[in-house]
Structures are given as structure tokens and as C-alpha cells.
Write a protein that binds this ligand. Structure first.
Ligand SMILES: [Zn+2]
Length: 959
């Protein structure tokens, strides 16, 4: 009610001379019998009990009484899916007369339909004094005001009795009111008037729709007259609370201000001013699409069938509306190409032709990405395979594919820019998830188009993130555009205008019916009718390419350029299937090697289709749909398991195909070779698929090396070798030329005994390096190199390198450590030396960590085997590396870029964790460590921060 008081003061200032009239009028009103009893806010209720809040800490019941939270955002109360079990108990400290109640609902589809107010003298509500039923607004952000005969009570319970479509109901604000002594004139009434951002067509004239909100805080209803610009008046009845009056007035081309006055008994009680022009010429563009989740809502095979159906339905709607006015003709965006790829492969000639015809007519838009990818999981080369299908379709059918879409996923790796640009993709429409674990994604970039400049600075892609995300028309609005009220668009446009949005074009992602939803056949009619009624905003159904080309034509010189990694937020999902994630990373590397060997040895017989199939599996594993929608609540249901089986199979098949292709590339027969040459010696060809000379460890399986332990280089000299405890024969291949090979022979005899690698006790050393393990934790307590005084381990931190931490649940405050370790020597040297630390560890059946040094190589190999227990609750396994590199700068390898945290990240990027590719480097001017991550792509800097976000629905709690 502070608002009433403030506005009242303001009004008297604004009115100036009018005040005198008002006072005079009040004097006369003394003769009248009419009285107005004001409703004033009751101060100081405390919440003493409530239904459990939605977990995470951001949705407590106290939010409903408090003002703005951190970052200026008003927080809400949401119950933990309690539905009609949702309640709040208020205590006023003493009995007070209560005569009114106001509730402002959550700005979320979880809305309240009705509730009951229960009044009581005791906090247990055992003997209620009275009950009042309240019919709620039942709309996101809606205000409910209830007035009733005063009840004197100390305690009030607000008990939800019916809800909208979702059960996480609560509210944004609750207030109670008491009746104050009556007044002669309803002066506390306030009025807000706004012109809607629209022009209506009426008898060949353009009229401006106005919306007047009147807050009338009095118990008695009364008649009133509203005076609108242009001499028009409207008779209305004022009721307690807020009411809205809408009307249209002549629009002005030039800037014009006009007054709206509310009169009661002929006396002005409230007024406001409004701009009557000029009106902005908005065009709202709909991008109709399904959100392709490969799984999640249905088993993947069923999703594919549904999506094929959507494609055909879209073509049909486009055909039926082909003669509609411009903008109302139906168009469909494929969003991604996964379903298009398989549709075209299985379609009859007739259907394929119909599809391609729709593409050529601009009715069906092909967007360049294969799936909605967790792009930072992708290997650099893999990103090119994300657009390969688009490249193929373009050249096979002579199509234009110059735009891409991504939906749901928040954050995108920087390397996408050069990949898209070099694949002919100039435009990128982004429609993230509207709220869940998106960090700063939308807050930073929603409705702020930008040119994303590549790491090299040579390429750029025009990106536009839809401010409402991809799913605005899901949930409460799902099903049909005909359910949507014009206010939705007006409020959105007004919000953009108020925020200084500089363009007259707006992008709305339009997908209905939830994920994997269908086209909306009602959309063309809606747009047609709208454009017949309104001159502005105009509406148009469009495609990604069409929209962004037009946007660039109109505003290309105003769009800012942005550099940096848009470090993504959802890649940590891959940690829930670490084994397959590691497999998939290795498969991608193996495919790159196989391609290089094919190019080196027999480029003409390159099996393009087999590589396409293998890469397709790798790409689909990194697609964002990570199992069923119920995989957390019902991890072992048939539905969840059947989806995981298919998801897992992308990794399993990708691995199998990559191994077959590597084998085929090298020309090695598919049966296990014994490596024995006709002269009785074994021979091995060591191939280098890199563009620089390489020296590295070669491990040969036991059966290949039956000939003996002696390895001879092409120059006839024996090279250091060692038979390992595993039966493998190890040797170091030196200076293998780039894209070249060296042939080594294996023959009878002892391995040469030279080499510096040794392992003893807790220490392993060699090649100028030395590592000591902590006998209690098994982590590295010392890592040092000859000629360097420093220990690279920060011993003061209390941790070592490769130190095990287990977080049960989400809170990392007190992570659990592993149990006592047994350290043994595995390989004694002189070429290969290693120690193994074995122990029990929380979350694991067993933890094994091997630390290996190879003579001649300047690195330490770490081989961790985490034999994981099956845990069905939230958990995290982290390995800590406390490096001591004073003033060290951190650099990370991401696809086609090197990123320094903060310095090379875009605003809005994730900093709670980073998804990296092959290495991270921590170096100062004198020394440093390069840490290669083989299987696990997730890295945190400075602490365990991945999941430390109490409220995952807002940006405030993210770093
Ligand atoms: Zn999705």
C-alpha cells in the first residue's frame, strides 16, 4: 500500500492548480452521504509455518513478504510440488481486524486457481474463527484482491484449494488489509495509463489502444467516469482492488501527450498522462519449429517417427496456406537435421520430391546443425561433422543452407564460430531453455543480437538469442496460438521498448505442445487475422535464414561484435555416464587418426560412408538429450533404461566403428596379428598422424611380441625396451616423421638394460622428473624436475596432485576422502617405472591410481581406475590438483581456441566449471605444467564449484 500513498502525493504535485478545485469539491462533498472506507495494509505479519519450499534455497516462504532479493530480483515462494497441500500460516502478533487480502502470483506457469483464508486465535488452527474462499487470478504474475467483512484474528492460514497446470505453486507477494475510518472522497485511488505498442485499423483510420489500470483501495463500490483523450468518456463502476479499462483513441504521428482523468461524482480523483504517438513500427517474427529432443519425451525411435510426421504435417499446412497474405503463409524450421537426414533416406521418391520442393519454395527451412549439441563436449574435428549433413544436402540437392538453430542448450563453445563460418553458415538463431541451469545465458544475451567473432578474428556469425527462449509457448500456452491473448505480445514489446531495445524486428521462437511438439495449424489464421486488425505490430511467419538475412540487411551496421567463449552450462550432464563419455572422446580421436592414415596410405579408397556413420554416432552421443525426462526420479524404469540403452549405443557403436576404420586404415588384417614376419622376426610399423615429429612410448600386446624382447630401429640399432608386468612389450619410438612411419623389428634376445626410470617405496623417477606419493592419501606430494628448485605441488594447501574427493549430494563443503592406501611398485624400470596406489574410496568399490615415468619422455602419466558403485542420488567425484606455479596463468584447450578463464570468456559464460578438450596449462614466465585430460572433460578452477547453485532457476547464484 506504500504505492498508494506515494502516488497520491505525486498526484497532488502533478495536479498543481487542480488541487485547489479538488479541495473545494471536498468541502461540498461534506453535504453528501457518500463515504469511502479505505483499506490499508496491515503491518508486520510473520510467517510461522508453511508447506516445504522447492529445494535449493531460492524459494522460501519468507520471499512472499520480502522485497527485492540479491541483484534486484524479487524472489518468490514455490512449494516443493505440494499443489493443494500448499499453505502459509501468518501471525500478526495480536488480534487485528482483517478485511482484505492481496496475492500476486508467481511469474511462472505454476499458478493458483483458488484458496481459502482460515482465521484463528491459535497457531494450530484447531478452532477456526472464520473462513473466506478466494478465487485467484490463476495467471502468471496475476494479482488477486479479495475483500470481505472484517474478521478479528491473530493468525491467518492461506490454504491453496485448486491449482493451474503445475504443482510448484506459491506466490510473489501476499498482503492483508484493514478498514480505516471513512473518507469523503476516494482520493487514494490511483490510475496508470499506457498506450499499447500497437496501431489498430478502424474504418481506414489508425487508432491507438490504451490500457488504464485503476487501483481503488476502498471497501464500497462507486460509479465513476473515465475521460479519455479526444473527448471520449466511459462510465465505469469502481470495485475494491485493481481493474483494467481498455479503449482506443486516434493515433498521432507527432509526439503528443494527453491526459486521462477519473472522476467520481464529477470530481477528479486520479489522472495520468499518455503519449499518443508516434507509434513504433514493430514486426514480430514467428519461427515455428519443434524442439527436437532425441529421446527425453519418448524413446528415440518413436521421436524419429513423430518428427517425420511433423515434417509432413508442416508441408501440408504450408501447401494449404500458400495463397495466404504475405507473412501468414505457413513455414517450418527443421531446427536440426537428424530427423531430416533419416526422413530423406526412407521416404518414397514422391515424398522426397515433395519435401525438397517445400525446401526450394522456402516453406521448409533446413537449419545446419545435426542436433542440439552440447557443443563443448565435441572434439574440434567433431564440430565439423555437426554440419556435415547440411553440407551434403546442400551439394546433393543444390540447396541454400546458411543458417543454424540451437534450442534448449545454454552456452556454446567458441569453436562453433569458425566451423559454421567455414561451412557457409552465417546466421545462428539461439533459443535457450528459459530458466533451468542456464546461468547468465539469457540475462546476458536475450534479445541482444551480436556478431560472434571467431578466435582468429577472421570469421563471424550473426547470432540472435530469442529473449523468451525456445519454450515460451509451451506449458500454460501450449496447444494452439488461438489460446494466446494479445497482451502477451504487447507486454513483451513494451518491455523491450522500456529496456531500450533498438530494433523494430523481434524474433519469437514458436514451438508448442512441449518438447518434440507438432506444428500449429492455427498459426497462419492467427497471423492473417492479426494483420487485418492491427497495422502494427505486424506479424509474420518466417524461417531462420529469411529472418536473419533481413535483420542483417536492416541493422547490419549497428550490431556489436563480440569475442570469446560462451562457456556452456549443461556439459556436466556427461559426467553421469563418464565411461561412455571417455569412450566417445577416444572414438573421435581414433577417427581423426584413421582419416589421417587413410590420407597417408590410400586416399583414393577412403570409405566416406563408413566414416559418416561412425561420426554420426559420435555426434549423437554428444547431443543434449541425456536420457528420459524421468531419469532422475525413476532411474530404473523400463522407459528410462530403454532410452539409455539407445544413448549408450551411440558411444558403443561409435567406438566399434572407429576401431574397425583404424584397423582398415592401417591395412592390418582384422584377426589378431601375431606380428611375426616370414624371417621369424616380429615387425611393427609406427605411424605418426600428427604434423610434427613425435617421440613416444609404444606398448605392444604380448601376442605380437612372441619373437622376443629386443626392438631394433630402421637404422639397425637396438632401442631401449622393457617387458612389462602386464605382458606388454614397451619401447620408445623416436622422431617418427610427421605424417610418416618408422618400422621396428622385434627379435629374440634381452632388452637393452639402459635407462633412468626407477620406482621404489613411494617414489618414482626418471628422465629428470621425480614424483613422491603421499603415503596416507596416495596423491602426489612432490613433483619436481631436474634444474628446478620448486616442488610443483602446493603442499600448504593440504592437498596433493590427483587427490580424490567425493561429494555426496550437492554441497561440497565437506567432501569425503579416500581410505588408507597400499602403494606398490608396478614397473621397475629402466625404461618404464610406475607406482600403484590402491584404496577404498567413498562412492567406489575400489580406486586404483598408477603414476608412471618413461625414460626419455618429459611427462608423468597418471592412470586412474575408478571402479564406481551404482549410486542413485546426486554425487560428484573430483580429483584435485594443487599446483604450485606462482603467478601462473591458466590456459585451456577448447575446440579451435585457447581460452583463459575470464579473459577469453564472453559475458554470460559459465565459470562454475569448464569443458576442455586436450589440455590445460598453468604457467608463469619461468615454468609451468601442462595437464592433459584424456577421458574427463570437466574442470573446475579454484575449488569444487560445479553444482554450488542453491537456486538453479535464476542467474544470481552462478559465479
Ligand atoms: Zn531439449
Amino acid at each position: 500500500m506504500q504505492r498508494f500513498l506515494w502516488t497520491s502525493t505525486c498526484r497532488s504535485l502533478l495536479l498543481g492548480a487542480a488541487c485547489a478545485t479538488l479541495l473545494a469539491a471536498e468541502t461540498r462533498a461534506n453535504d453528501s452521504v457518500e463515504r469511502f472506507s479505505p483499506l490499508l495494509t496491515l503491518p508486520g505479519p510473520k510467517i510461522i509455518n508453511s508447506a516445504a519450499a522447492y529445494p535449493g534455497g531460492g524459494y522460501e516462504a519468507d520471499n512472499i513478504l520480502s522485497g527485492a532479493g540479491a541483484g534486484g530480483q524479487k524472489r518468490e515462494y514455490a512449494s516443493d510440488s505440494k499443489g493443494t497441500g500448499t499453505f502459509i500460516d501468518f501471525d500478526f502478533g495480536k488480534p487485528v481486524p482483517i478485511a482484505g487480502f492481496r496475492h500476486v502470483d508467481r511469474r511462472d506457469p505454476a499458478t493458483v486457481d483458488s484458496a481459502e483464508l482460515i482465521f484463528s486465535d491459535g497457531p494450530d488452527f484447531g478452532h477456526p474463527i472464520a473462513k473466506v474462499e478466494v478465487d485467484h487470478a490463476n495467471t502468471p504474475g496475476g494479482t488477486t484482491f479479495a475483500q470481505f467483512d472484517p474478521v478479528t484474528a491473530r493468525y491467518v492460514r492461506w490454504q491453496v484449494t485448486a491449482i493451474g497446470p503445475h504443482s510448484t505453486v506459491g506466490g510473489r507477494e501476499i498482503a492483508f488489509f484493514q478498514v480505516a475510518p471513512p473518507e469523503l472522497s476516494p482520493e487514494r485511488t490511483t490510475l496508470e495509463v499506457a498506450a499499447l505498442p500497437a496501431l489498430m485499423k478502424e474504418d481506414d483510420k489508425l487508432r491507438l489502444p490504451l490500457r488504464v489500470n485503476i487501483d481503488y483501495p476502498y471497501a464500497e463500490s462507486t460509479e465513476a467516469v473515465l475521460e479519455l483523450p479526444g473527448g471520449k468518456t466511459k462510465e465505469i463502476t469502481l470495485h475494491t482492488g485493481r481493474q483494467t479499462v481498455e479503449d482506443a483513441v486516434p493515433a498521432m504521428k507527432a509526439e503528443t501527450q494527453a491526459a486521462v482523468v477519473l472522476k467520481v461524482a464529477g470530481r477528479p480523483v486520479a489522472q495520468g498522462t499518455v503519449e499518443l504517438g508516434p507509434v513504433r513500427r514493430w514486426v514480430v517474427y514467428f519461427l515455428p519449429h519443434s524442439h527436437v529432443d532425441i529421446g527425453y519425451t519418448h524413446v528415440q525411435t518413436e521421436v524419429e517417427q513423430r518428427q517425420w510426421g511433423h515434417l509432413e504435417q508442416a508441408i501440408e499446412i504450408a501447401r494449404k496456406t500458400a495463397d495466404y497474405p504475405t507473412g501468414a503463409k505457413f513455414k517450418w524450421n527443421a531446427e536440426v537435421l537428424w530427423a531430416v537426414d533419416s526422413y530423406l533416406k526412407q521416404a518414397t521418391d514422391e515424398k522426397r520430391e515433395a519435401f525438397l520442393d517445400a525446401v526450394r519454395r522456402g516453406q521448409m527451412h533446413l537449419d545446419a546443425l545435426y542436433g542440439n549439441e552440447l557443443s563443448a563436449l565435441c572434439r574440434p574435428e567433431e564440430l565439423f561433422w555437426l554440419v556435415e549433413c547440411g553440407r551434403r544436402l546442400r551439394s546433393q540437392y543444390g540447396l541454400t543452407i546458411d543458417a543454424a538453430m540451437i534450442s534448449d542448450v545454454p552456452g556454446y563453445t567458441w569453436g562453433l564460430v569458425p566451423v559454421m563460418a567455414q561451412s557457409g553458415v552465417k546466421y545462428f538463431s539461439i533459443g535457450p531453455n528459459p530458466g533451468h541451469r542456464i546461468g547468465h545465458t539469457l540475462a546476458a544475451w536475450g534479445d541482444r543480437p551480436f556478431y560472434w567473432v571467431s578466435p582468429s578474428g577472421k570469421e563471424k556469425v550473426l547470432c540472435w538469442m530469442a529473449g523468451k527462449g525456445y519454450a515460451w509457448f509451451h506449458g500454460g500456452l501450449s496447444g494452439s496460438i488461438s489460446q494466446v491473448k494479445p497482451e502477451l505480445f504487447f507486454d513483451y514489446l513494451q518491455g523491450l521498448a522500456d529496456a531500450g531495445y533498438p530494433y523494430d524486428m523481434v524474433q519469437l521462437r514458436y514451438s508448442i505442445g512441449g518438447d518434440n511438439g507438432p506444428p500449429d495449424p492455427d498459426l497462419p489464421e492467427f497471423v492473417k487475422d492479426w494483420n487485418a486488425k492491427y497495422a502494427y505490430p505486424k506479424m509474420a511467419i518466417t524461417t531462420t535464414g529469411e529472418l536473419l538475412r533481413e535483420f542483417e540487411r536492416r541493422y547490419g551496421d549497428q550490431i556489436p561484435e563480440v569475442r570469446g567463449d560462451f562457456t556452456p552450462y549443461w556439459e556436466d550432464g556427461a559426467g553421469s555416464s563418464s565411461r561412455e563419455t571417455g569412450m566417445n572422446r577416444a572414438s573421435a580421436e581414433r577417427l581423426v587418426q584413421a582419416e589421417a592414415i587413410w590420407a597417408m596410405r590410400r586416399p583414393k579408397s577412403y570409405p566416406a560412408e563408413e566414416f559418416y556413420a561412425a561420426w554420426r554416432n559420435v555426434v549423437l552421443y554428444d547431443e543434449h538429450t541425456w536420457g528420459a525426462h524421468c531419469s532422475i526420479s525413476q532411474p530404473d524404469s523400463d522407459f528410462t533404461r530403454s532410452q539409455w540403452k539407445i544413448k549408450q549405443d551411440f558411444a558403443v557403436q561409435g567406438e566399434k566403428q572407429s576401431r574397425e576404420l583404424l584397423r582398415a586404415a592401417t591395412g592390418v588384417p582384422s584377426h589378431e596379428p601375431d606380428g611375426t614376419a616370414p624371417d621369424g622376426k616380429g615387425a611393427v610399423q609406427v605411424l605418426n598422424t600428427c604434423s610434427w615429429p613425435r617421440t613416444d612410448l609404444v606398448l605392444l600386446p604380448g601376442p605380437c611380441t612372441k619373437a622376443g624382447d629386443r626392438v631394433t630401429a630402421p637404422d639397425g640399432k637396438a632401442v631401449p625396451s622393457q617387458r612389462l608386468s602386464t605382458g606388454q612389450l614397451a619401447f620408445v619410438a623416436s622422431d617418427v616423421p610427421p605424417f610418416g612411419a618408422k618400422r621396428y623389428t622385434i627379435s629374440a634376445g634381452e632388452a637393452p638394460g639402459s635407462g633412468s626410470a626407477t620406482a621404489e617405496g613411494e617414489t618414482v623417477s626418471g628422465a629428470g622428473l621425480s614424483v613422491a606419493l603421499d603415503e596416507k592419501t596416495g596423491a602426489m606430494a612432490r613433483l619436481s624436475a631436474d634444474g628446478m628448485e620448486a616442488n610443483l605441488v602446493d603442499t600448504k594447501s593440504g592437498l596433493g596432485l590427483n587427490d580424490y574427493f567425493y561429494v555426496a549430494g550437492r554441497d561440497p563443503k565437506d567432501p569425503k576422502r579416500n581410505g588408507p592406501v597400499a602403494i606398490t611398485v608396478k614397473e621397475r624400470g629402466p625404461l618404464v617405472a610406475s607406482l600403484v596406489a590402491e584404496c577404498d574410496a567413498p562412492g567406489c568399490r575400489k580406486l586404483t591410481r598408477e603414476v608412471r615415468i618413461v625414460d626419455g619422455l618429459d611427462r608423468v602419466d597418471i592412470i586412474n581406475v575408478v571402479d564406481k558403485e551404482q549410486v542413485r542420488t546426486k554425487e560428484g567425484v573430483h580429483f584435485g590438483y594443487a599446483f604450485s606455479v606462482p603467478e601462473g596463468a591458466v590456459r585451456m584447450d577448447v575446440p579451435w581456441a585457447v581460452v583463459r578463464p575470464e579473459a577469453d570468456q564472453m559475458p554470460g559464460a559459465c565459470k562454475n566449471y569448464f569443458t576442455v578438450q586436450r589440455w590445460i596449462d598453468v604457467s608463469n614466465d619461468d615454468f609451468g605444467v601442462t595437464w592433459a585430460v584424456i577421458d574427463a572433460p570437466m574442470v573446475e578452477v579454484g575449488g569444487i564449484t560445479t553444482d554450488v547453485v542453491p537456486n538453479p532457476f535464476g542467474p544470481d547464484d552462478w559465479i
